[in-house]
Design a protein around this ligand. Structure first.
Ligand code: ADP
Length: 552
């Protein structure tokens, strides 16, 4: 822009200069020309007067003159000429404009080009009293001659002025452009600039605000979309009509072995493409199609739909649903049902066997009490198992409907420990070390976490052992720690003990009245209360279970 302004100023200066020179030269030339005619006319009058008075001898007495003087008779014949040319050889002059005008109206004038471009002739003619015509002519430089003469000095003047204009134009340009350069593109309105461009700057500011707002909305929408798609368990791939991947979420990228940062690659380059390439062909024919494919030893339902914009296919979306967890759930349900029936079958068989022997009178009188005790304890185990199974199935169902509130975990631990300490046998002491610490959770589930952990800590403890239940907190979290001096757990089982019906030592579990469901209830209850559970334990060194809650 500065360059353009600079050039424009120079161009204007040059045009003005040239126009001024042309106009001035033309004016001067015209005025020179007019004065030439006036002088010639006056001279002609003087000479005509002299001839009228003294005859042709007046011309002889004339000093040397710059004018060519010709006398022509009314028939057009030249009777006198001071040019030195042979007058007899001269043409008839009646056809000359000035001569014919003078014959008609006593005075004539004409202007003719010379044989060269650089000179012109002017003629003035007057009729003498004798009827003859006296004509004076003189030459004057043509405009071309004038220009030719002026070219050199004028060029020097123009060059000089041009050179003076150069810094002037440079500074002027700088001054014009400076306020524009001061415009802050981030805040165009905040500048003292030309008032003529203020409305433009205001419009710019308004548009900028509008664009920023739209950009923020778009970004927010993009982030929302990304948050949703990136956290989806289902895989999602967006590709254009050429099969170039334009968006892919983490689940799909992991599954199809596509690097998420390498967008822009072809879907056909991904591993397993051959397993669903036929679906893409269907989608190209505008059909939504799906099929079950096996990837990395799991079953997935893969669905491809064309994306239609104004009835034209603009791309395709691939959705990948992990079906294996449904199968796993189904398997888990079946396994759970068979475990439950198996666990119930054993005590039932024992009860039924003992009852049958008693019924048939096959038990000696002195042995009967131990049979009754056995039947009672097996029945109690069955009740315990049924209670736990009901709890587990409630936990499965209640996921979305549990009622939560702010609960003082310290107080709750005190209550549970007070009750459980009374039931503890083998000389085991149970102690609570608590403080006020609120968590947002379901009180029944929290109670079952504390209860089950304490129950295990007692059940798998040594004689005269200790159980310490501690509640503590920091800025963000509340911690429940149940540690015992019991048999400890080998690291190989740290994960597995949270599975349903998993017991390290079945016989011991049975002996302590365990069902194998306690820790799975704890784990599930932790999840439903947004808590995590950790275990630190080594065989023979006791165990510490730590549950971490978010502070309410
Ligand atoms: P159970 O009803 O058998 O106690 P749980 O699910 O509560 O079932 O526990 C699973 C298994 O984990 C138990 O059978 C036991 O082997 C082990 N276990 C649980 N808590 C402890 C503990 N505090 N010390 C040692 N082993 C434990």
């Amino acid at each position: 822009m500065a360059n353009k302004i600079f050039k424009s100023i120079l161009a204007v200066a040059l045009i003005v200069l040239v126009a001024t020179v042309v106009f001035t030269v033309d004016e001067l030339y015209q005025s020179f020309y007019r004065s030439q005619i006036d002088v010639l006319e006056a001279e002609t009058g003087v000479i005509a007067y002299g001839i009228d008075k003294e005859g042709l001898s007046f011309l002889d007495d004339l000093d040397e003159t710059d004018y060519r003087i010709t006398i022509i008779n009314p028939q057009g014949t030249v009777i006198y000429d001071n040019s030195g040319n042979d007058i007899a050889a001269m043409d008839n002059h009646l056809d000359r404009q000035e001569v014919s005008d003078a014959l008609e109206s006593d005075f004539g004038f004409s202007n003719r080009e010379s044989s060269t471009l650089f000179e012109r002739f002017i003629y003035t003619a007057m009729r003498l009293k004798s009827g003859d015509i006296v004509r004076l002519s003189s030459t004057y430089p043509s405009i071309y001659q004038v220009i030719k003469n002026l070219i050199e000095p004028l060029s020097i003047v123009i060059l000089g002025i041009f050179m003076i204009s150069f810094p002037f134009a440079y500074h002027l340009t700088k001054r014009i452009v400076e306020p524009l350069n001061q415009i802050d593109v981030d805040d165009p309105d905040d500048v003292n600039c030309y008032k003529e461009i203020k409305p433009v700057l205001k419009k710019l500011t308004d548009q900028r605000k509008l664009i920023n707002k739209d950009r923020e909305i778009l970004l927010q929408k993009k982030q929302e979309f990304e948050t949703i798609t990136q956290n989806m368990n289902e895989g999602m791939v967006l590709m254009n009509t050429e099969g170039v991947v334009i968006d892919i979420n983490k689940a799909a990228a992991d599954l199809l072995n596509i690097d998420q940062d390498m967008l822009g690659g072809y879907i056909s380059d991904c591993t397993y493409f051959d397993r669903f390439s036929d679906l893409i062909e269907d989608a190209q024919n505008r059909h939504r199609s799906e099929k079950r494919v096996r990837i990395k030893d799991k079953n997935y339902d893969l669905e491809i739909s064309p994306v239609l914009v104004e009835d034209m296919i603009s791309g395709y979306v691939i959705l990948i649903f992990d079906e294996s967890y449904k199968e796993a759930n189904e398997n888990m349900r079946k396994e759970f049902a068979s475990n439950v029936s198996h666990e119930l079958k054993t005590p039932l068989q024992t009860i039924s066997g003992y009852a049958e022997l008693l019924k048939d009178g096959l038990v000696k009188k002195e042995d009967r009490q131990s049979f009754y005790d056995k039947i009672y304890s097996e029945a109690q185990r069955m009740i315990g198992l049924v209670v736990d199974v009901i709890k587990v199935s409630h936990l499965d169902d209640e996921e979305s409907s549990i009622r939560k509130e702010n609960v003082d975990l310290g107080q709750l631990v005190d209550q549970v420990v007070e009750q459980i300490a009374m039931e503890a046998d083998k000389g085991i002491s149970v102690e609570a070390h608590t403080c006020e610490a609120y968590v947002y959770g379901n009180i029944e589930l929290l109670e079952s976490i504390i209860y089950n952990l304490c129950e295990n800590a007692i059940a798998y403890n040594k004689e005269n052992g200790r159980v310490d239940v501690t509640v503590s907190s920091d800025d963000k979290h509340v911690y429940l720690e149940v540690s015992d001096t019991g048999i400890g757990i080998d690291e190989a089982y740290h994960e597995r003990i949270f599975e349903r019906f998993y017991r390290i030592d079945k016989a011991r579990s049975k002996q302590v009245g365990g069902t194998g469901l306690g820790l799975s209830i704890v784990k599930h209850s932790c999840i439903l209360n947004n808590a995590t559970i950790d275990l630190k334990s080594k065989p023979g060194e006791g165990s510490t279970f730590t549950v971490t809650f978010n502070k309410a």
